[in-house]
Design a protein around this ligand. Structure first.
Ligand SMILES: *[C@@H]1O[C@H](CO)[C@@H](O)[C@H](O)[C@H]1NC(C)=O
Ligand SMILES: *[C@@H]1O[C@H](CO)[C@@H](O)[C@H](O)[C@H]1NC(C)=O
Ligand SMILES: *[C@@H]1O[C@H](CO)[C@@H](O)[C@H](O)[C@H]1NC(C)=O
Ligand SMILES: *[C@@H]1O[C@H](CO)[C@@H](O)[C@H](O)[C@H]1NC(C)=O
Ligand SMILES: *[C@@H]1O[C@H](CO)[C@@H](O)[C@H](O)[C@H]1NC(C)=O
Length: 186
């Protein structure tokens, strides 16, 4: 391989997008549009969520400055009804899902365990029903606030007994916040 071929090759190599493990912008847009579709948004807060735009410009959505990936969804007090789409699981860089104080119903989709970078899940003060999915795989979870909903079923064993994630947090001197359901029948 000549020097110039090598240069071109290296240039090509470095101009490729990062290969590993992350969802592409279009997958992220698709996931966000699925979320939008399953929410009812009487005040049109989600009007800026359009297929033609970068998800980073969507209302309530924040991206990582370096990677450009969606890391936060923050939609509190937006009068949203409807459900949380299981498509949220495609947002695999998501660190914060902050959707409190709406009227969201349905279940918390179990697919959320695929958002392995999730640190904050605040879904407090909604109308979410059903069992709480097993979130024990979310080892980065620091804040889980599901208070003031209608979760039902047995109090999940993983919250009380297998606090591997919590232990990890305590060891790193971060205090976990586990706000338990007030309305819930556990
Ligand atoms: C990203 O950039 C914005 C604007 O420059 C800045 O305000 C924000 O703090 C940055 N966030 C991070 C996580 O670096
Ligand atoms: C949410 O729950 C409250 C209290 O039970 C109820 O009045 C309201 O109609 C529910 N809203 C929706 C959108 O489900
Ligand atoms: C999580 O992702 C894996 C691999 O993409 C998939 O097979 C699995 O069904 C997903 N889990 C859920 C609960 O969606
Ligand atoms: C969750 O959001 C509500 C509404 O903004 C806020 O009052 C509450 O403190 C949050 N929970 C945590 C644990 O930060
Ligand atoms: C508890 O957490 C550990 C470490 O993540 C895991 O290997 C184990 O399977 C978990 N046990 C239960 C009962 O979920």
């Amino acid at each position: 391989m000549s020097k110039s071929t090598l240069l071109v090759f290296c240039f090509f190599l470095f101009s490729l997008p990062p290969l590993c493990c992350s969802s592409s912008p279009s997958e992220e847009v698709n996931a966000l549009l699925q979320l939008k579709k399953e929410f009812d948004d009487p005040f049109n807060y989600l009007d800026s969520w359009k297929v033609t735009d970068s998800p980073c410009s969507f209302y309530g959505v924040s991206c990582d400055n370096q990677t450009g990936q969606v890391i936060q969804i923050s939609l509190d007090y937006n009068s949203l009804t409807g459900k949380i789409s299981p498509a949220v699981s495609a947002l695999d860089s998501l660190q914060s899902l902050i959707i409190p104080s709406n009227f969201i119903s349905g279940e918390l989709p179990a697919s959320i365990v695929n958002c392995t970078h999730l640190r904050v899940l605040n879904a407090s003060s909604n109308n979410i029903t059903g069992p709480l999915p097993d979130l024990s795989k979310l080892i980065n979870l620091e804040v889980l606030d599901i208070s003031d909903n209608y979760f039902a079923g047995k109090f999940p064993a993983w919250v009380g007994s297998n606090l591997s994630c919590t232990n990890r947090i305590i060891r790193s001197h971060r205090r976990p916040w586990l706000a338990l359901p007030r309305k819930a029948i556990m």
